[in-house]
Design a protein around this ligand. Structure first.
Ligand code: GLY
Length: 292
């Protein structure tokens, strides 16, 4: 049984060694939270949100609570969620004072006629989300998980539910020393994440360069053309490197339970579960990943 499936990463980068074990632990917890939802018949979107929510709240990854501050010392967050079944997406950009932008991104997708929010409108969107009871606030700027769910770079996941629907997310505090108001790839459709009904992908790395090659859309297009997800991930990172000289990571999965991951950074803590929780696989360093 190749479904459901989840692939989760905690960010590609030049990780300090002592930060990798706790990061991998949180990525694994997030993967198990998402997988449990999928296994119980939950949707790819529910699993993707819950998984990302955990990583935003753990404080050990560059998203939500643990996000690195911008140049002015302020955490400004970007996040996006994509429903591969219909190519709809929700994204929030340069968000401040809100710990779980992934839930707000999903609210934008599901409850408004727009797909991207930035600036003062994000605060209004947050108030609207609370007033409509979509999510409950448990302390200022912190919403409760609706799923009873229990830092590197961006976090993200691709989930595939028992109906073969795919969702993808991305959530981040952005790159070091970013200027106030800067928005990276993580909330840009097709760059930081992408999913359709064939494949999903999510990326991590220097957003300005990921945008240049529209990394996730490009990787998914390779799978659509017949490439294996692992080959597609490697080709995507190869393209990014050759066109921009930059470093990044990408994870990919399809409804056949196939997956791939590639990075040209030192590490990208990643956890994959396909079909059964006992199938869990953990990857940390580029050298751990079997290549095509
Ligand atoms: N990939 C995260 C960023 O560039 O903001």
């Amino acid at each position: 049984m190749n479904l459901p499936a989840i692939i989760v990463h905690g960010g590609a980068g030049d990780w300090k060694e002592d930060r990798l074990p706790p990061a991998l632990e949180e990525v694994e917890k997030a993967a198990k939270i998402g997988f449990r939802i999928l296994k119980n018949g939950g949707s790819a979107l529910d699993a993707a949100e819950a998984c990302t929510f955990h990583m935003e709240g753990c404080g050990k990854l560059n998203a939500g609570l643990g996000a690195r501050p911008n140049r002015d010392g302020v955490q400004e967050l970007d996040a996006m969620i994509i429903d591969g079944a219909n190519l709809r997406s929700g994204a929030v950009m340069a968000v401040t004072g809100i710990q779980h932008p992934i839930s707000l991104a999903r609210f934008a997708m599901e409850k408004t006629s727009h797909s991207q929010f930035a600036g003062d409108g994000v605060k209004k969107l947050y108030e609207k989300m609370l007033s409509e009871g979509y999510r409950r606030e448990i302390s200022p700027g912190v919403t409760a998980s609706s799923f009873n769910a229990q830092a590197g770079d961006t976090v993200g996941c691709v989930t595939i539910d028992l109906n073969s629907h795919i969702a993808a997310t991305s959530s981040t505090g952005g790159i070091p020393d970013k200027m106030a108001g800067r928005v990276g790839d993580s909330s840009i459709f097709g760059a930081g994440a992408y999913a359709d009904d064939i494949c999903g992908a999510t990326a991590t790395g220097w957003g300005e360069h990921i945008i240049r090659v529209l990394l996730c859309r490009t990787v998914v297009s390779y799978v659509e053309e017949g490439a294996d997800p692992q080959a597609a991930a490697e080709r995507g990172i190869g393209l990014l490197q050759s066109k921009t000289g930059s470093q990044a990571g990408v994870v990919v999965a399809d409804p056949n339970g196939r997956y791939g991951l590639a990075m040209n950074t030192k590490a990208m803590p990643t956890v994959v579960i396909v079909g059964n929780v006992n199938s869990i696989r953990r990857f940390v360093y580029a050298k751990d990943v079997p290549t095509c």
